[in-house]
Design a protein around this ligand. Structure first.
Ligand code: AMP
Ligand code: MG
Length: 301
């Protein structure tokens, strides 16, 4: 059976933040499944993974555009699972995934965009940031002692620091867009209750225990502060050239579907034709083909 196709443009409008000034995180239902039937979702995702694989081949061959996918979300929101499932059909040679943890000493000695800049995808490639420079207006905002560790000259740290960072991020992403990097950002919005269930699952299942960290529980205590800084950040940095998608994340199968659909729609908006071969090139190829065909196959090979 052929999977039902989503009316992707309309479907995505529900999740893309096109009117950032009016955006309110509290109005997003983390458990939303967009009227998609769960039984059909597996086949739909499989179909999308195939399309993504074809589009990535073209992106690679076309070699003009790059795609940057930024994943943000609270712990256990499903970031790793999006990487594993959505990118499962993509040729590993054309794709890079980077996870950003708490910065090391060298990273702290640079501006906050430095460490991610060195990991940006080259033309023809898809780059995924599992967390990103956005941590510097999220976790660092919730914990001012982390800002202190960045050793920025004191005269440059004032009460407008977050608005200044938003400005810098907007300018940076516009610069990327103007150079041919498509920037797509996903906030996986999990509810506090679903996070509780997933943490319990991590504690109960031996194969998942390694993912559990006491830090996560401490961050959970600051839930409301995180929601406030996330909302502020999304309002300040969702722009047509680098939009945020706020993706309901209580159902992993749905999260994957939204992300895959958004990446496909963005890739399809590009003209990813294979490089054209001129008449001279084609003539040369015909000659080589004839020569290869004329070669007698060797026995036993
Ligand atoms: P995980 O994604 O579970 O591996 O956790 C990575 C941790 O690194 C999270 O707690 C992040 O908040 C933290 N982290 C990432 N980037 C930064 C940053 N720029 N400053 C401080 N902490 C960060
Ligand atoms: Mg974690």
């Amino acid at each position: 059976m052929k999977p039902a196709k989503l009316e992707s443009a309309k479907f995505l409008e529900n999740y893309r933040v096109d009117k950032p000034d009016r955006f309110r995180l509290a109005s997003v239902d983390c458990a939303d499944t967009g009227k998609v039937d769960k039984d059909a979702a597996g086949a739909m995702l499989a179909d999308e993974v195939k399309r993504l694989s074809d589009l990535q081949e073209r992106l690679y061959a076309n070699h003009r555009w790059a795609v940057l996918i930024v994943l943000q979300g609270m712990d256990a929101a499903g970031k790793d699972s999006v990487v594993a499932h959505v990118m499962s059909g993509v040729n590993p040679q054309g794709c890079d995934v980077h996870s950003f943890k708490a910065p090391n000493a060298e990273e702290l000695d640079h501006d906050f965009l430095w460490r991610t800049t060195t990991r940006l995808p080259a033309r023809g490639r898809i780059g995924i940031f599992n967390r990103s420079y956005y941590e510097d207006v999220l976790v660092v905002r919730v914990h001012p002692e982390l800002l202190e560790r960045q050793n920025i000259p004191r005269t440059l740290v004032g009460k407008h620091i977050w608005e200044e960072r938003f400005q810098d991020i907007r300018a940076f992403e516009r610069h990327l867009a103007r150079s041919g990097t498509l920037v797509l950002k996903f906030f996986l919005h999990v509810s506090k209750e679903e996070q509780r269930r997933r943490f319990l699952d991590r504690l109960e299942q031996p194969a998942k225990r390694w993912k559990f960290s006491m830090d996560d529980v401490n961050e959970r205590k600051r839930w409301d502060d995180y929601m406030a800084v996330y909302q502020d950040m999304i309002r300040a940095t969702s722009r047509p050239t680098a939009p945020w998608y706020v993706v309901p994340a209580d159902h992993k199968w749905f999260t994957r579907l939204v992300v895959a659909t958004a990446v496909i729609e963005a890739l399809e908006s590009l003209d990813l034709s294979y490089p054209k071969i001129g008449t001279a090139g084609l003539k040369e190829m015909r000659k080589v083909r004839a020569a290869l065909q004329a070669e007698a196959p060797r026995k036993g090979r």
